[in-house]
Write a new protein. Structure first.
Length: 368
């Protein structure tokens, strides 16, 4: 992302003359798309950007908002990239800087420390940070369902969670294991005695090589990697956390409380544009992946994989039967279930305060 540079001008009458000149130039240069905030945010390609909405005051400096992603650019975040490319942020008077994540980046720390204004992460991680007294609050829930499953080859004989007894089961750990622990607890299985619960790498090599009987997988990523390896869906058994009633909410949007208090309108504009981007991404996966592939590291993925990911992500954001007008809303029962599981398995030591952990106020403002 490009950052604007501001210089300091000195001198009384000279400043006044300069400002008058700049006002005239601004009036003459209003149609120069290459210099608009949308062009800056998308690398100069703003041909398809819509005209600024009424919420963006003509001639006003765009407000910078920094968004910290949970991971590297991929279809998991396509809605934000598409909102950028279509000029939805610019139309709201925003200059959004989308910061990629990675294995060494904790979005909550970035937002709490002021390096970003809004972050994307899983709710369990946010709850942990809130308990550590980081000034954070959830302002939108993007994924309405969990994408986590346990996948096994049918030859392993795992048709129900009870069949995990005596098996080697993998998970990435580091905060990703709690849905699996809740599943084992539901079936009275001790992760340390009844089965071999082990750390899983970030590829599916262990599973494909037969080192794991069952592996953790996201429906939109690792599960697709297994299929792309040549194993057919009918050769696999899948245990879905949603079906088992142990699902925890995943990708959300959260903000620094202090920043939010002073920038509620800005936050609402960001959420409005982002949800518009997500709605478009769901309706037009091809366009969404166009935006993703421009930012994905060369050679790190394929367009086909990202298209499949976008299709699966759409099922989590707008599940079958879900009211599309509720996109971004935090469901109280789903949030409570996530918090309850987090408490039971020691993610947090004290029960989360539902009155301060999340708010739907910003999404409701965005809907107006």
């Amino acid at each position: 992302m490009m950052r604007g540079q501001q210089g300091k001008l000195r001198g009384g009458l000279w400043v006044a003359s300069f400002l008058m000149l700049m006002a005239l130039l601004a009036g003459c240069g209003g149609n120069n798309a290459a210099n608009t905030p949308a062009a800056e945010a998308t690398g100069g390609n703003a041909a398809s950007a819509p005209e600024p909405a009424a919420s963006a005051e003509p001639g006003a400096e765009p407000v910078t908002v920094k968004l910290q992603l949970k991971w590297v650019p991929q279809a998991q975040f396509a809605g934000y990239f598409l909102a950028q490319d279509k000029g939805y942020y610019a139309a709201e008077g925003l200059k959004v800087e989308i910061l990629p994540g990675g294995p060494d980046i904790v979005p909550e720390q970035q937002v709490a420390g002021g390096s970003a204004d809004i972050g994307v992460d899983w709710v369990a991680s946010l709850l942990t940070s809130q308990e550590q007294e980081m000034p954070l609050v959830q302002i939108a829930q993007i994924f309405q369902k969990s994408g986590l499953v346990l996948v096994s080859k049918k030859e392993a004989g795992i048709t129900t969670p009870a069949d995990l007894k005596g098996k080697k089961v993998g998970n990435w750990m580091g905060g990703n294991e709690f849905e699996i622990l809740a599943l084992l607890d539901k079936y009275k299985l001790d992760s340390g005695k009844d089965l071999n619960f082990t750390k899983q790498g970030f590829t599916m090599d262990q599973f494909l090589g037969g080192e794991l009987d069952a592996a953790s997988a996201m429906t939109y990523n690792e599960y697709q990697v297994v299929l792309e390896s040549g194993i057919k869906a009918e050769e696999l058994s899948v245990i879905d956390m949603n079906d088992e009633g142990v699902a925890m909410l995943e990708d959300n949007l959260f903000a620094n409380k202090e920043w939010l208090e002073a920038n509620k309108e800005t936050a609402a504009k960001f959420v409005r544009a982002s949800l518009k981007g997500w709605a478009d991404a769901i309706a037009d996966p091809e366009a969404a992946v166009d935006s993703v592939m421009k930012l994905a590291e060369e050679g790190s993925t394929t367009r086909e994989h990202q298209l499949t990911m976008m299709t699966e992500v759409a099922k989590l954001i707008q599940p079958e039967g879900f009211d599309a007008s509720k996109l971004g809303y935090t469901d109280a029962a789903a949030f409570q279930q996530t918090a309850d599981i987090a408490l039971k398995f020691g993610v947090i030591k004290t029960a989360a305060d539902m009155n301060t952990a999340y708010t739907n106020e910003i999404v409701e403002m965005a809907a107006k």
